[in-house]
Design a protein around this ligand. Structure first.
Ligand code: ATP
Ligand code: MG
Length: 437
C-alpha cells in the first residue's frame, strides 16, 4: 500500500461540512421526538406523505421563489450527468408536497391534511441551529380556505411543542392579505424606501426592484430604525382579509396559544398570503425561530395546478432538540429488559430459541457478544450485563439447559433469589421480565 496522506485521507472520510451524524444516545431523543410527532399528527387527523428528496430545480425556482435567499444562494443544485436534467436536493418540502398533490390529484375528493418528517438541504454558513443538512417536521393542509384551518395548524404546532415539554412558546403573527393589497402596499413601500435611498445597503437596493417586502426582513442594524417606520402591510388590508386575520386570533386566544402581531414579519418565502407566523424563543441565540409557516393559496396555480387553498408550516428539529437540551433534557438510551449470558457455544441454539420466543411476546432481550470470536468469561459477560442497564440476566448454563431451563438473575437486587424458568413455557414467565416504565 502506498503511504497514505493522512490529512487528505481524513478529509475524505469525514462527513460533508454542515452535515451531522446522529447516533446513540442522542438518536434516542430523535426517535422519541418522531414518536411524539406521529402521535400528535394522529390526534389532529393528519396523515403522512413521503416525497422524493431530489426534485427538478424548476420546482423550487417557481415554488419557493426566484428572489428568495433559498433559491438565490442556498440550493444544492446539479446537473444529472446521465441525462443533463437540472436537479436540486430539496431545501424545503412545501413545493414537493404541492407538486405531488397536483400530480396525483390528491384533493379531488376534498381537502387533505398531510405531514412529513425528513431532511432538507441548504448551503448556508454552518453554526448553531443552522446546518447544511437539517431536519424538518412539517404540515400542509390542502384544500381548506377558512381561517379556522390557519388556527388549527398553529394550535397543532403549539400542542406538539407542549407534548415535548415546551409549552407556551410565543407565536408572532402577521397577515400578508391578498395580491391586490400587497400591490398597493408594495407601491407605498417602494416610494418610502426611495425617499430613504441613501440609507439602503446593496442588498436592499437590489431588493427594491425584485422584492421590496423582503427589505423589512433585513438583518442589517443600520437599516432597523428606517425600516421600523416603513408602511405596514396591515394598514392596506381590506375587510375580508382583516376578518380572516381576526378569526385566526380569536381561535388562538380560545386555545390559549400566546400570540402577538408583528407587522414586520414577512417570512422568507414568496408564496405566502393572509396569515404568516413564527414560533420564536429567546433561548437559542440568533437562531431562535423554531417553526415558521403560513397560508399559500396561490402556490398550486404557480406550479401549474388548479387553484387550491392551502396552509402549513415547517419546524426545525435540531432547534427544538437544542432547546430541550438547554432546558436540561437528556437523551435516555433504550435499555433492554434482559441480557442473555451464554457460557458455552453449545448453548447458543437453545439461547436463540428462547430469546426469540421472549421477543415474540414483547420482551426486549440483548445477547452477549464480544469483539473477539469465541465465548467470553462469565465475569466479563456479567460485567457487560450490569453495564447494559437491563434488569435481569438470563443464564443459559449447561446444567440449566440439561434440565430444560434457564436461570433468571436480578441485576438490580443482589439479594433476590435466582429463579429457574422452563424453556418450554416462555410465555408463562415472560411478563415477569418486562419493566413497566
Ligand atoms: P431562518 O430565518 O432561521 O433562516 P427560514 O425562514 O429560512 O429560517 P424556514 O424556511 O421557514 O426557515 O424553515 C422552517 C424552520 O426550519 C425554521 O424555522 C428553522 O427552525 C428550520 N431551519 C431553517 N433553516 C435551517 C438550517 N439551515 N438548519 C437548521 N434548521 C433550519
Ligand atoms: Mg433561512
Amino acid at each position: 500500500m502506498p503511504e497514505a496522506d493522512n490529512s487528505a485521507q481524513l478529509r475524505r472520510l469525514s462527513a460533508v461540512k454542515g452535515m451531522n451524524d446522529i447516533f446513540p444516545p442522542q438518536s434516542a431523543l430523535w426517535d422519541w421526538f418522531e414518536e411524539e410527532v406521529r402521535h400528535t399528527m394522529g390526534l389532529f387527523g393528519f396523515g403522512s406523505i413521503r416525497t422524493p428528496i431530489l426534485e427538478y430545480t424548476q420546482l423550487f425556482v417557481k415554488g419557493t421563489g426566484e428572489t428568495t435567499d433559498i433559491v438565490e444562494k442556498e440550493m444544492y443544485s446539479f446537473e444529472d450527468r446521465l441525462n443533463g436534467e437540472q436537479l436540486t436536493l430539496r431545501p424545503e418540502n412545501t413545493p414537493g408536497v404541492v407538486r405531488a398533490a397536483i400530480e396525483h390529484n390528491l384533493t379531488y375528493d376534498g381537502g387533505k391534511r398531510l405531514y412529513y418528517v425528513g431532511p432538507m438541504f441548504r448551503h448556508e454558513r454552518p453554526q448553531r441551529g443552522r446546518y447544511r443538512q437539517f431536519y424538518q417536521v412539517g404540515v400542509e393542509a390542502l384544500g381548506f380556505a377558512g381561517a379556522e384551518v390557519d388556527a388549527e395548524v398553529i394550535v397543532l404546532a403549539a400542542q406538539l411543542l407542549a407534548r415535548l415539554g415546551l409549552p407556551g412558546i410565543r407565536v408572532e403573527l402577521n397577515s400578508l392579505g391578498i395580491a391586490s393589497e400587497r400591490q398597493r402596499h408594495r407601491a407605498a413601500l417602494i416610494e418610502y424606501f426611495l425617499r430613504h435611498a441613501e440609507l439602503l445597503d446593496s442588498d436592499a437596493t437590489r431588493r427594491l426592484q425584485t422584492n421590496p417586502l423582503r427589505i423589512l426582513d433585513t438583518k442589517n442594524p443600520a437599516l432597523q430604525a428606517m425600516v421600523a417606520q416603513a408602511p405596514h402591510l396591515l394598514d392596506y388590508l381590506g375587510e375580508p382579509s382583516l376578518k380572516h386575520f381576526e378569526m385566526v386570533q380569536r381561535l388562538l386566544t380560545a386555545s390559549t396559544v400566546p400570540w402577538s402581531v408583528n407587522p414586520r414579519a414577512v417570512r422568507g418565502l414568496d408564496y405566502y398570503n393572509h396569515t404568516v407566523f413564527e414560533f420564536i424563543t429567546d433561548e437559542l441565540g440568533a437562531q431562535g425561530t423554531l417553526c415558521g409557516g403560513g397560508r399559500y393559496d396561490g402556490l398550486f396555480e404557480m406550479l401549474g395546478g388548479k387553484p387550491c387553498a392551502a396552509v402549513g408550516w415547517g419546524m426545525g428539529i435540531e432547534r427544538v432538540l437544542d432547546l430541550l437540551q438547554v432546558r436540561g433534557r437528556v437523551a435516555t438510551p433504550s435499555v433492554c429488559d434482559a441480557y442473555a449470558v451464554v457460557p458455552q457455544e453449545s448453548a447458543l441454539p437453545a439461547a436463540f430459541q428462547t430469546m426469540n420466543a421472549l421477543r415474540n411476546v414483547g420482551v426486549r432481550v440483548q445477547m452477549h457478544a464480544a469483539a473477539t470470536a469465541g465465548v467470553a468469561s462469565m465475569k466479563s459477560q456479567f460485567k457487560r450485563a450490569d453495564a447494559s442497564g437491563a434488569r435481569f440476566a438470563l443464564v443459559f448454563g449447561a446444567e440449566e439447559l440439561a434440565a430444560g431451563e434457564v436461570t433468571v438473575k436480578s441485576l438490580r437486587d443482589a439479594a433476590a433469589p435466582q429463579i429457574r424458568r422452563s424453556l418450554g413455557q416462555v410465555s408463562a414467565w415472560a411478563g415477569t421480565l418486562q419493566s413497566h416504565t
